[in-house]
Structures are given as structure tokens and as C-alpha cells.
Design a protein around this ligand. Structure first.
Ligand SMILES: NC(=O)c1ccc[n+]([C@@H]2O[C@H](COP(=O)([O-])OP(=O)(O)OC[C@H]3O[C@@H](n4cnc5c(N)ncnc54)[C@H](OP(=O)(O)O)[C@@H]3O)[C@@H](O)[C@H]2O)c1
Length: 221
């Protein structure tokens, strides 16, 4: 049994990660800004009031862990606001950069002291953060924030290699969640999370720093 810590766990992909990991017998610490009845029903440890862009709340989380060591940290929390070229909203772009890129990096850095030896870190990014894969343009704030997250993940993979900590940068697929307006074109969170967990299981220090689709495809930067 390993200890998993998951952010943004009250709904969507985060909630499904908690469900599947709990079902296979892992120890799960679910963090969120505010909990949900679905999360409460899973009977895992829930840490509420955790806004990843608030340094105070991350430090509170770290303190509440006491001497617990996390084996797998999954930084899943994120936002998407769709800014077009004709309707750029600099404040929205900055906000997405803060939540999707800078905060995940600071979160990981703050939690390093509570990671176990040979721990794993999974950053939930998006293929919308792939420059090579960008064939449709637009979504300036989301794309720019996720490409920055990919870069943070790559640097983390190099900086943490000597500590035997492996880092995966993951794309969940197009998933039917609130973020995508529960699109009928998306896959169910169950299918996405089965793939994400498989990628995390297969993550080692030898393949650290890779950008994967949940289906196992390696994505271009
Ligand atoms: N769905 C897709 O097709 C798709 C595709 C590519 C990548 N992703 C990525 O997958 C991750 C999960 O997305 P999802 O589809 O599950 O979206 P979702 O249903 O909108 O869930 C987003 C989660 O992030 C949390 N969150 C947002 N801002 C936060 C903050 N400042 N501090 C803490 N938690 C915060 C939300 O909490 P609240 O309930 O408190 O708002 C919620 O738990 C995101 O990083 C997203 O970019 C999703």
C-alpha cells in the first residue's frame, strides 16, 4: 500500500483518481478547496481549504501531515478559461498561469520534505500545452500556462533525479468533466483515470520527465 496525495479531489478527474486508488487499497489523502458529498462518500482522509495558489494553505497542509510521507503526489488541480485573440483578458491569462503553472511548481517544492524515498510526482498538464501539437490556436491563457507546467515538470525531473524522485507530465485525454462542459466528445473520467494510474505505475527514474497521454502515447513538447 502506498500513500497518494491528490489535489483538486472534490470533482472531475481528481475525484475519480481518489475513487480508483482507494478501491485498489491505496492510502489516499484527498485535498480540495471545499469537499463534496461524492468525495466524503469515499471515506478517505480529506484535507479541505487547500487552495494551491495560497502559500499559507499549502504550508498548513504540510504541517497537518506531521510525519506522514507521501509516495505519490498527484498535482491535478487546474482551471481553464478560454481566451481568444479578439478577446484577450490579461488578468485571466495571469490567473491561469498562477494556478496551472506557478502554483503546481511551488506546491511540489513545498511538499518535497514530505515525500518518501523514491517517491513519484505526477503533474496533470494537457496536450494543449504542447507546442508541436497545436493545430488550432486560441486558448492563450490555458495553452501558455500548461506549456509552462510542462517545462516545470521537465526541470523537476532533472533536478530530482539524484534524489530518485521520478516525475511524469500527463495529459488525461479529452474528458467529460465540468471543465469541458461535460462534453459528449470526451471520454468518461473512469477511462482517463485508468490510463493515468497505469502511467504512474509505470513511471520510474529511467523514464522520468516524459510527457504522456493517459493512453500511453508519448506526446511532443
Ligand atoms: N477535462 C479535460 O478534458 C482535461 C484535458 C486536459 C487536461 N485536464 C486537466 O486535468 C485537471 C483536472 O481537470 P478536470 O477536467 O477534472 O476539471 P474540473 O472538473 O473543472 O476540476 C478542477 C479541479 O481543480 C480544482 N481547482 C481549481 N483551482 C484550484 C485552486 N486554486 N486550488 C485548488 N484546487 C483548485 C477544482 O476545485 P473547486 O471545485 O474548488 O473549483 C476542481 O477540483 C486540470 O489540471 C485540467 O487542466 C483536463
Amino acid at each position: 500500500m502506498s500513500t497518494y496525495l491528490i489535489t483538486g479531489a472534490n470533482r472531475g478527474i481528481g475525484l475519480e483518481l481518489v475513487r480508483q486508488l482507494k478501491n485498489r487499497g491505496e492510502d489516499v489523502i484527498a485535498t480540495c478547496r471545499s469537499t463534496s458529498s461524492e468525495l466524503n462518500a469515499l471515506s478517505v482522509r480529506v484535507e479541505t481549504g487547500i487552495d494551491i495558489s495560497s502559500r499559507d494553505s499549502i504550508i498548513n497542509l504540510r504541517e497537518s501531515l506531521n510525519d506522514i510521507k507521501v509516495d505519490v503526489l498527484i498535482q491535478n488541480a487546474g482551471i481553464a478559461e478560454f481566451n481568444s485573440l479578439s478577446n484577450l483578458d490579461p488578468e485571466s491569462i495571469l490567473h491561469q498561469f498562477e494556478v496551472n503553472a506557478l502554483s503546481p511548481l511551488c506546491f511540489v517544492q513545498t511538499m518535497l520534505t514530505h515525500l518518501s524515498k523514491a517517491a513519484k510526482i505526477a503533474l496533470i498538464s494537457s496536450r494543449m500545452g504542447s507546442i508541436e501539437d497545436n493545430s488550432s490556436g486560441g486558448s492563450y491563457g490555458y495553452r501558455m500556462s500548461k506549456v509552462a507546467l510542462c517545462m516545470a515538470g521537465k526541470s523537476l525531473s532533472l533536478d530530482l533525479k539524484s534524489k530518485d524522485i521520478a516525475v511524469a507530465i500527463l495529459h488525461p485525454g479529452l474528458v467529460s468533466t465540468r471543465m469541458t462542459g461535460f462534453t459528449s466528445h470526451g471520454i468518461h473520467p473512469k477511462e482517463s483515470v485508468e490510463g493515468l494510474i497505469q502511467r504512474i505505475d509505470e513511471l520510474t527514474i529511467n523514464n522520468t520527465g516524459t510527457f504522456w497521454h493517459s493512453n500511453g502515447e508519448i506526446l511532443p513538447w
